[in-house]
Design a protein around this ligand. Structure first.
Ligand SMILES: N[C@@H](CCC(=O)N[C@@H](CS)C(=O)NCC(=O)O)C(=O)O
Length: 220
């Protein structure tokens, strides 16, 4: 039995997409970040920080998207979505798996400031400016490095799922037209049949109410 604990459009989408790429059969348990369900004792027993994704897999419980992605790639090596130890792309694969969370943590902090903070609390403009600049710099660095259709010279891998997911969400905070290579790369990923199948099961997101969240004006 495989069950993914999932919030639409959250990092659990990485695992959903990977499982579609692998052709696995799985159930989804849906949550919302907004309704307190992720602070219920039953959920905290699965996920110590009350976060998604959590994957129940054949009697084991795994959390942290990067770890789950790596575990699935190791459990199903026939899917060929991870260069094994000793492969020339192995180091780059691991770098990208974790770089995806450098981007993910910036997005998360922008979300906290601009999406989840409730009045009378107001976002810190200097902090949001800094987060936005760091997000742009982390994407620009990848724009400069990308040389082909995928992050690894050997082709599509789970690293594209980890990083590509974050690139899609960056559109809420930065103008993606600044990164034409990454946009072309992302268009290629979105065209994958498994991505479309994952999107069909993702569910209605209730995180973002707007299409774009600019850096607020000082004193606004
Ligand atoms: N590094 C963790 C981060 C997980 C995480 O923060 N997930 C978010 C959704 S994208 C979450 O569950 N947030 C709920 C909360 O912060 O209360 C991972 O990659 O799995």
């Amino acid at each position: 039995m495989i069950r993914l604990h999932h919030v639409p459009l959250a990092r659990s989408f990485r695992v959903l997409w990977l499982m579609e790429e692998m052709g696995l059969e799985y159930e989804l348990a849906y949550y919302s970040i907004r309704d307190g369900s992720m602070r219920a004792p039953e959920f905290l027993a699965l996920s110590p920080a009350g976060r998604v994704p959590v994957l129940e897999h054949e009697g084991n419980v795994w959390f942290e998207s990067g770890a789950i992605v790596q575990m699935l790639c190791e459990t199903y090596p026939q899917a060929g979505l991870m260069p094994p130890p000793g492969h020339p792309d192995r180091a780059r694969f691991l770098e990208m798996l974790h770089y995806a969370e450098t981007v993910g943590s910036l997005l998360e902090n922008l979300n906290l400031n601009l999406v989840f903070l409730r009045p009378p609390a107001t976002p810190s403009v200097p902090v949001v400016k800094l987060l936005n600049a760091r997000l742009r710099a982390s994407l620009a660095a990848m724009e400069g490095r990308l040389t082909g259709d995928h992050l690894l010279p050997s082709g599509f891998s789970a690293a594209d799922i980890m990083f590509g997911y974050g690139f899609e969400l960056a559109r809420y905070y930065v103008d993606l037209d600044q990164y034409p290579r990454l946009v072309a790369y992302w268009e290629g990923l979105r065209a994958r049949a498994a991505y479309a199948r994952a999107k069909a099961r993702d569910g209605e997101q209730d995180i973002y109410a707007r299409a774009f969240y600019p850096v607020p004006e000082e004193g606004a």
